[in-house]
Design a protein around this ligand. Structure first.
Ligand code: FES
Length: 324
């Protein structure tokens, strides 16, 4: 077996060249070498090269339904706030005051008429413009020069995506498709009923790798397999003829309901959108397989719509945010 180059990282910190070399030499279909999961320098490079440059799923527009609603999150060491503006627009900002760097929004979510820094009360409009800085700054102080720093922010189908990059990678095609696939659910007008936060004591790659295989499901989540198939792709070598027949039948039903279902896997292989049937007779991913809520979302007319997942950037679980 070829041996992958692994720098002795106890003697010198890993740098980008080391990581590039390790990735080029990695054995396909094997786990990455240990430093990818536990080396602090490699983690820092992950943060700089991926989390600070890619688009990240940051929340749902229905979390901030009215003007002045905001949510906050941290992308590594970067505090972010996402705010519904006066005209309904969704803006994202570094949640950092331009005066002396205090965090502005201190709560995880809230509603405010203006964004007021708690330290010396600099006050920003919901679009980030600075409107009050006190008299200490002097008459020559030009407030226009000190708005909150904006972050790239896009919405599609009720999802909010942000990117900390100066020039984020293209995302238009993915957002167009996502809007199309999520349109039946009208997520924009949904309400958040429950929110739970799960802290994983693991490197983020382990979480994603685990998310992308269900080989472990039978042993670890037998209750999940009461509703879920262990695959989500008709091309999966494990699928059975019965499953393919079920997919064909369901797809005819979805066509009748004008609900999109064609498998999309593009965007440089980073994202995919799928609709796959649950097990026969199952309507929802609950312990019993029965729907958890009788009210269906948007224009969905039947509970038998299967599961619809969009795996965004492979960094996020379905409808879940992974924040490092
Ligand atoms: S740090 Fe915000 S007003 Fe001073």
């Amino acid at each position: 077996m070829n041996k992958v180059h692994v720098k002795n990282f106890e003697s010198a910190p890993l740098n980008r060249e080391d990581v590039t070399k390790m990735l080029k030499e990695r054995l396909p279909d094997y786990s990455l070498e240990q430093p990818f999961y536990n080396d602090p320098d490699l983690f820092r490079i992950d943060m700089e090269e991926i989390f600070a440059k890619e688009w990240l799923f940051a929340g749902l527009t229905c979390e901030i339904p009215k003007k002045g609603n905001f949510i906050t999150l941290d992308i590594g060491d970067n505090p972010v706030t996402i705010v519904r503006g006066n005209n309904g627009e969704v803006n994202a900002f570094h949640n950092v005051c331009r005066h002396r760097g205090s965090k502005i929004c201190l709560k995880h979510r809230g509603k405010t008429a203006k964004l007021v820094c708690p330290y010396h009360q600099w006050t920003y409009e919901l679009d980030g413009s600075l409107i009050y800085a006190g008299s200490e700054m002097g008459e020559d102080f030009d407030k226009k020069k000190f708005p909150m720093k904006k972050i790239h922010c896009r919405t599609a189908g009720g999802y909010i995506f942000i990117s900390l990059a100066d020039n984020p990678p293209p995302i238009d095609e993915f957002l167009d498709d996502l809007s199309h696939y999520l349109e039946p659910y009208d997520l924009e007008n949904a309400k958040v009923a429950v929110e739970s936060v799960m802290m994983e004591k693991a490197n983020w790659k382990l979480v994603i790798e685990n998310n992308r295989e269900c080989y472990h499901c039978e042993g670890s989540h037998p209750e999940l397999l009461g509703s879920l198939q262990a695959w989500d792709d008709t091309e999966d070598p494990m699928v059975t003829p019965d499953f393919l027949a079920q997919v064909a039948e369901k797809q005819a039903h979805w066509d009748e309901c004008e609900v999109p279902h064609l498998h999309k896997s593009a965007y440089n292989n980073r994202n995919r959108i799928v609709r796959m049937p649950l097990k026969e007779g199952v309507h929802a991913m609950t312990m019993t397989g029965e729907v958890a809520c009788k009210k269906l979302m948007g224009r969905i007319s039947s509970p038998d719509m299967a599961r619809c997942g969009s795996c965004t950037c492979q960094i996020h679980g379905i409808m879940g945010k992974v924040i490092t």
